[in-house]
Write a protein that binds this ligand. Structure first.
Ligand SMILES: NC(=O)c1ccc[n+]([C@@H]2O[C@H](COP(=O)([O-])OP(=O)(O)OC[C@H]3O[C@@H](n4cnc5c(N)ncnc54)[C@H](OP(=O)(O)O)[C@@H]3O)[C@@H](O)[C@H]2O)c1
Length: 170
């Protein structure tokens, strides 16, 4: 089984407010969908609540420490290890995607084989506090896969131009 993590970030590594996303880049949404469809997606409870429903055509696996939490359309788990094992043992389990948010990316980073990062050419940090941020990608642990990454920006979509960077564990 491989574990991938996928996110979109602004120029400062910001991924959201803690409850919401801060931009609308439809081409990146389409890219996220294309990349993850058919595979399980593992996410934290806050990210699940920000979605407003299960992502279609993927097993949605939600992490919470709340034993009473229910998430219609998703499978609820209580440890990251349990979530990943559940993902592995089902349809599309050869590749399990961790889809956020900040807490779960931070916990998942040591376990991940692959990072797919959409860099958005915008800055959403001005005047805001308490933002959710992407984990730091250390160059001694990760290497850019040039064949799978964009050399140039893709055309603007909604709020920003964007490009994809793919990193593999060294
Ligand atoms: N830009 C992007 O690509 C992207 C992608 C995804 C999310 N986001 C953004 O990220 C933000 C949310 O991130 P966040 O860090 O605030 O929250 P989060 O990681 O989505 O969820 C955190 C919650 O997940 C549960 N959890 C985390 N680790 C766990 C573990 N090991 N075992 C059991 N439960 C665990 C806990 O739920 P309980 O409190 O219920 O116990 C915790 O409070 C939002 O703004 C969202 O829009 C951005």
């Amino acid at each position: 089984m491989a574990i991938g993590m996928i996110w979109a970030e602004d120029r400062h590594g910001t991924i959201g407010t803690g409850t919401d996303m801060l931009w609308h880049v439809p081409a990146d949404f389409a890219f996220f969908k294309h990349t993850t469809v058919g595979h399980p997606v593992v996410m934290g409870r806050a990210t699940w609540e920000s979605l407003g429903g299960a992502l279609p055509r993927r097993r949605n696996i939600v992490l919470t420490r709340d034993r009473a939490f229910s998430a219609p359309g998703a499978e609820v788990t209580h440890t990251l290890e349990e979530a990943l094992a559940l993902g592995r043992n089902g349809e599309g389990g050869d590749l399990v995607w961790i889809t956020g948010g900040a807490q779960v990316y931070a916990e998942g980073l040591p376990l991940a084989d692959l990072l797919v990062v959409s860099e958005l050419d915008l800055d959403v940090t001005t005047g805001r506090h308490a933002l959710a941020t992407a984990p730091t990608i250390r160059q001694d642990e990760w290497e850019l896969d040039p064949a799978a990454s964009d050399d140039d920006w893709r055309p603007a979509s909604g709020d920003a131009r964007w490009r994809v960077r793919v990193y593999r564990r060294r």
